[in-house]
Design a protein around this ligand. Sequence first.
Ligand code: PNS
Length: 158
Amino acid sequence: MKRAITPGTFDPITSGHLDIITRAAQLVDEVIVGVAPSSRKNPLFSLEERVALVEQATAHLPNVSVHPFDGLLVDFAARMGADVVIKGLRAITDFEYEFQMTALNYQLDRSMETIFIMSPPDYMYLSSSIVREIASLHGDVTGFVPDCVADALRAKFA
Ligand code: PNS
């Protein structure tokens, strides 16, 4: 049985994240979405809110579960019995950071493999920070995020 982790801050989960999680769920038996506190990023949504939104957005995917995690990704993956991390890769700006993370994670735990799924063109430039900015300026985020997230953003910036 292949179990994968899809980690992130998910502040908030976007349609791009959901696309990657959905495609990961078709590749492995079980996907665990790991939601990191990422306190240094001063998230808009609390960890509990972000977990709840990812749960709502992925409720239709039977082999996906959502867990908050603190500490190192490699330790979380080992605790959850996962040996694969699946991440999305957008336009080239992601590459340098992801390359560094993958190399360091590999050095920390050589049994953990990282696999990247390319974002489709529609979501290539979509990010949680852009979504937060559009919502904060009362723009329409329909299509950029799952409906439950659009509602939560409207409530946040009402
Ligand atoms: O959505 P993000 O903010 O790009 O996600 C980043 C995340 C949470 C995947 C990354 O910061 C992470 O793996 N954090 C856990 C701590 C860790 O293992 N750091 C890497 C050491 S090389």
